[in-house]
Design a binder for this molecule. Structure first.
Ligand code: ACM
Length: 638
């Protein structure tokens, strides 16, 4: 009797301690997934076996899995080359399975074992990522959870990526992020099967990579004056303000980050911006300019120095360009590209090429002389002249050139790859002309854009909601599909002052990009995706990582009726939310008026507060919309 009593108690404790993943929330969605009814209970001592002894890349995946399990649980975890008694096996296929390619994997979870197979180590790593997402969210915790009884649902998965280039870009120039932060960013990318980290290393606000033959680039070019507020509108910087804000990566740091990324099957694409966006270089070496007075220029801190008229072409108040007519520029580029090429094993170097201001070139006698000599008709031709010489330098270092889509307009050889950012047009045209393209259009994948109404987000030029990102199809009409290498989301950091905000801007939109880049387009399913995003929010909570809850914020649409009253329509991008609102300045909850159709703003009201709920629980943030703002929007529409 006593024995039976003990058994019942033990069973109850065990059942209570089980931690199961209820939904299968795998991001990016696998190609084929069959869920079975049962589950695998992780034993107290977990053995991970790998048959590819002495293969560092395979061993990395085994130790990565071990570390992830050990950092959040109290399991004993061993790695062995023997598969007997192994709970988790990582196997390289002796006979490669064609459909898996270099990055695909199969994952089989039965009640007795977990087996991941792949043709190449990268596939095993991605199989490990999927397995980790099948474990309970507590696996994401950074502290040990005691008495874990974790289970993995039984599944059969076959999975491989749609595109070979699955990228995210981080701008470390506008605001500097430390080597450790960059590694964290890369680690998060790898968890969602991104394989390309585009490192935007130079711009007007900072030169971030040590170039040993040009020391002033980091002695001077890496430092500006710290300001907060609205970047681009900071007041003029005074000469006596300390230039101590910023930083740079030594070449040893760069090697460390490249190695860290490589272990996680992430390639690193360095970007060195030329000929525009080069104020940090000009401030360091003013002789690279054609503009008199460039020796007075300083690294930009976020004060305005370019005009962006709503209509018409942008122009500079200061000249931030390397001058194509200045022969000192080419040995400079040669030195920089030479050192960069030696540091980054990736076959491409990104040379920028976007948003090159021309108004100083128009005034330059040196540029005029170059145009005459080379029979160049326009300023774009002048940029094209520069790009062609630059491509020769890049090629001489054994690398391929990639640049923003302006370099296509300027004219480059078909061997240059194009990153299409000004919508999709540049990518479509480039592919028709035989260029490789990476699709990175502002309209879908610019992760610096606001994620909901601008009253809720740090202000920047445009908005891009999660559902719009998710709707993106890179193989659009007219494009030469064979030349689409893949897609990439970009995080420009003008308005991003710290790493928590980088996370906020990246996630969840980067979940959507990871699905577009990896999963078959036929698997697209918005409501299913939203459910998975919410599960991954829970994972981020467990990991104490930041993400944007903006998908819960309503969209405001304001009009004016015949009586002159303002009428507000609200909508949400996700289904099943209840919206409650107030006009009396108090904070609405689910006892307040529920939004059902357009509401009229009461006379004298100054504020509309809105919040979203699901099942009587608040899910969204309090959105506080000033009536003055609604009036402004109506006036703009007129
Ligand atoms: C860019 O966003 N200016 C490439």
């Amino acid at each position: 009797m006593k024995k039976l009593y003990c058994l019942i108690i033990f069973s109850l404790i065990t059942i209570a301690g089980y931690c199961q993943q209820t939904n299968l929330s795998i991001i990016p969605e696998p190609v084929e997934l069959i869920k079975k009814d049962n589950f695998f209970l992780l034993p107290r001592t977990i053995t991970i076996s790998t048959d590819a002894v002495d293969n560092a890349a395979v061993e990395f995946s085994a130790s990565y899995l071990k570390n992830r399990l050990k950092s959040s649980s109290d399991y004993d975890v061993n790695i062995s080359s023997e598969s007997d008694n192994a709970s988790i096996q990582l196997l390289i296929n002796k006979n490669p399975e064609n459909q898996l390619g270099n990055e695909g994997y199969s994952l089989s979870v039965t009640t007795s074992s977990i087996v991941i197979k792949a043709n190449q180590p990268a596939g095993l790593f991605y199989g490990v990522q999927t397995l980790l997402q099948l474990l309970p969210k507590e696996i994401e915790s950074n502290s040990t959870i005691k008495n874990t009884n974790w289970t993995v649902p039984c599944v059969e998965i076959t999975d491989y990526p749609r595109f070979g280039w699955r990228g995210l870009m981080l701008d470390v120039s506008r605001h500097f992020f430390t080597k450790e932060e960059v590694k964290r960013f890369i680690d998060d990318m790898a968890r969602y099967k991104f394989n390309l980290f585009h490192w935007h290393l130079t711009d007007d606000e900072g030169w971030r990579i040590e170039i040993k033959s040009l020391p002033k680039l980091t002695e001077i070019g890496a430092w500006n004056v710290k300001r907060v507020g609205h970047f681009g509108e900071f007041s003029e910087i005074k000469d006596n303000e300390p230039r101590t804000n910023g930083g740079f990566y030594t070449q040893e740091d760069i090697k460390e980050v490249v190695q860290y990324a490589k272990e996680r099957f992430v390639e690193v694409l360095p970007e060195i911006e030329m000929p525009g966006h080069s104020m940090a270089a000009i401030a360091s070496y003013p002789e690279l300019s054609c503009t008199p007075g460039a020796d007075k220029y300083r690294v930009i801190s976020g004060e305005k120095f370019i005009e962006w008229p709503a209509t018409g072409h942008f122009y500079g108040l200061k000249d931030n360009t390397l001058c194509p007519a200045n022969e000192k520029v080419y040995p400079f580029a040669e030195k920089v590209i030479s050192e960069v090429a030696a540091l980054f094993p990736f076959p491409y170097i990104h040379v920028g090429g976007d948003e090159c201001i021309q108004n100083f070139w128009e005034k330059s006698p040196a540029v005029k002389a170059l145009m005459k000599k080379e029979n160049l008709k326009t300023m774009l031709d002048v940029q094209g002249y520069f790009e062609k010489r630059l491509e020769k330098i890049v090629a001489s270092k054994g690398k391929k050139m990639i640049g923003w889509d302006e370099i296509l307009e300027a004219g480059v050889s078909p061997t240059a790859a194009i990153m299409s950012w000004r919508g999709t047009k540049g990518g479509i045209e480039a592919s028709k002309k035989g260029h490789e393209v990476v699709m990175s259009p502002t309209t879908y994948v610019y992760l610096d854009y606001m994620q909901s109404d601008e009253i809720m987000e740090p202000r920047i030029y445009a908005s891009l909601r999660l559902n719009k990102t998710y709707s993106y199809e890179p193989v659009s009409e007219g494009i030469n599909e064979k030349l689409v290498k893949g897609i990439q989301g970009n995080i420009w950091t003008e308005q991003i002052y710290n790493f928590r905000q980088v996370q906020y801007m990246a996630w969840p939109r980067a979940f959507a990009i990871s699905e577009i880049a990896w999963s078959p387009s036929a698997k697209k399913n918005w409501s299913g995706f939203v459910g998975k995003v919410e599960d991954h929010f829970e994972r981020f909570n467990a990991a104490e990582k930041k993400y944007a809850p903006s998908m819960y914020d309503p969209a405001f649409n304001v009009t004016q009726n015949a009586k002159g009253e303002l009428t507000v329509s609200l909508s949400t991008e996700i289904e099943g939310l209840d919206i409650y609102y107030s006009f009396d300045n108090s904070y609405p909850d689910h006892f307040y008026p529920k939004y059902t159709s357009a509401v009229t703003v009461p006379m004298d009201a100054t504020l509309m507060r809105v919040i979203t709920y699901r099942d009587k629980q608040p899910v969204g943030r309090m959105n506080n919309m000033p009536v003055a703002e609604l009036k402004k929007r109506v006036a703009k529409k007129k």
